[in-house]
Structure formats: C-alpha cells, structure tokens
Write a protein that binds this ligand. Structure first.
Ligand SMILES: C[S@@+](CC[C@H](N)C(=O)[O-])C[C@H]1O[C@@H](n2cnc3c(N)ncnc32)[C@H](O)[C@@H]1O
Length: 258
C-alpha cells in the first residue's frame, strides 16, 4: 500500500493535535534511566519532547511510514533513535519501562491481543500510556463512511472503521493484564476550526489517508470533494466552526513485583 502519511498535512493542525499528547505525557511518571518505546511516532518532534521530559536513557520511536521517518531521523541523538516497523509486529528487542503511543493505535486491529503483547514487554513497574481518538460514532466519521459507500467500486468495498474499544473495556483489559494502577479517561477536546472546510483539511491528515492509499490521485480528490459536500449538506458553515473531538487517554502501571 502507498505511504500516504504526509508530515506537512498532519502538522497543519498541530495545535489541536498536540494538546492530547501533552496530556498523555503528563500521565507518565519519570524514573531515572528509563527505556522508552514510542509506537507510531510520526515526525518525531513529540518523541524528542517525551525523551527529554522523561530524561530517558534510551527512547525508540517506531513508525511504518518512510515519509514520517525522514522527518524524524534528523532528531536522533542522546539516546533517541527511530526505527521502521509495524506496531502489531513489535519487532524491537528487549523490555521497556514505558510503552507510549499517541494517536496511532486506532490504525491497528485487535487491541486485546496487542495490549497483551505490550504487557509482556514491560519491565516490572513498567508503564503503558496510550491516546487515541474515540469518534467512530461522530457525524464527521459517518460522513466519510457514507462517501466511501458511494465509492464502493474504486475502493473495493473498503470502509475505514476505528478500532478503539469502549473505555471501560480498556479498564478491564489493564486489570486482567496485571496493571496494578490505572487511569482511563474519555475526554472531549473542544476545537474551534476556521470553517467547516477545515474539518475536511483536518481529516486529510489522518482519517482520509486510508482512502487516499486505496484510490488514484484523481479519484481521491473526487472522494475528498464529495466528503466536503456531504458535510455541507449536514452542517451550517459557522466561522469559526466548533469541532468537539472525543479521545481516550489511558495509563497503567504494572506491579513492581514481576
Ligand atoms: C496520527 S499519526 C501520530 C504521530 C505521532 N504519534 C503524533 O502524536 O504526532 C499516526 C502515525 O502512526 C503511524 N502508523 C499507523 N499505523 C501504523 C502501524 N501499523 N505500524 C506503525 N506505524 C503506524 C503512521 O505512519 C503515523 O506516523
């Protein structure tokens, strides 16, 4: 599949995308000499921030996108490194004191199995910190699924669904996997975007990349235009446009005794 992640498009809404990251960072407790893994690290600026904030001994940023890694690699140094890999394969050696993932696990299936893998790779007392959107039920996502239904043929029937489980299911999962402490939050981030069209641009950097990867360039632009039309049929174009965005933030710490 084509690499449709674009650091420039993604970073266009940096302010809206970065607050949840800082909130997630604040949930992680720093300990001396930690080894940290950042899954789906993207352009690496936030991984660098995390590495420095935790004064980590070593931080590994992992991402599957060459475009993102090209931006991340110049930020390497002082124990920070970036590697190409798939989150679900977790093909990195050793154990970690922190496994961190901001806005990436919504792209990976089967979270129960995934979290089992994470738990197995944490040191005693190790921490898991994850933030992901929880907006499968939002009208903006429904509109994308409706556009996808109209493009069934070129998309081969593909429809993007978010894989996030309900917050209480993560709480159960953390408990079952031996996390002695946990915090699972559902938080709505109230964004003001310049206009309704900015919602389309916001999602170009994330949700819509899954459709971009499956369509040729001309069909993708028609798809995006149709997505915008559907939004305009359903919403008044207020300026600024209020855009509430639900996200799950979860943190767990394993018992210090193995
Ligand atoms: C929305 S960006 C988040 C980037 C960064 N964590 C941040 O907070 O800015 C999602 C990132 O996850 C990566 N990604 C998506 N699915 C992946 C997978 N299965 N394995 C590895 N990386 C993946 C994408 O390449 C992209 O860089």
């Amino acid at each position: 599949m084509r690499d449709t992640w674009s650091p420039d498009t993604y970073n266009r809404f940096k302010e809206q995308r970065s607050q949840p990251f800082y909130d997630l960072c604040a949930m992680v407790q720093a300990r001396p000499g930690m080894r940290v893994l950042d899954l789906g690290c993207g352009p690496g600026d936030m991984t660098r921030y995390l590495h420095e904030k935790l004064a980590a001994r070593e931080t590994l940023g992992l991402d599957a996108s060459d475009n993102m890694l090209a931006q991340a690699r110049p930020r390497e140094g002082n124990g920070l490194r970036f590697v190409r890999g798939k989150i679900e394969e977790l093909d990195v050696p050793g154990e970690f004191d922190v496994i961190f993932s901001n806005a990436a696990l919504q792209w990976v299936e089967n979270h129960e199995a995934l979290f089992e893998k994470f738990a197995a790779r944490l040191t005693p007392g190790g921490q898991l910190a994850v933030q992901m959107p929880y907006n499968e039920k939002s009208e903006f996502h429904r509109a994308a699924r409706d556009a996808a239904a109209e493009f069934r043929e070129p998309l081969g029937g593909y429809v993007r669904h978010l894989v996030a489980l309900a917050p209480e299911v993560y709480s159960q999962l953390l408990h079952r996997l031996g996390f002695a402490e946990q915090k699972v939050l559902l938080r709505i981030y109230p964004h003001e975007l310049p206009s309704l069209d900015a919602v389309v641009e916001f999602y170009r950097g994330s949700l819509l990349t899954a459709y971009e990867a499956r369509l040729d360039a001309a069909a993708y632009e028609r798809f995006v235009a149709r997505y915008g039309e559907i939004l305009h049929q359903r919403y008044a174009d207020a300026r600024p446009f209020f855009f509430p965005f639900p996200r799950i933030l979860l943190w767990g710490r394993k018992s210090p005794r193995a």
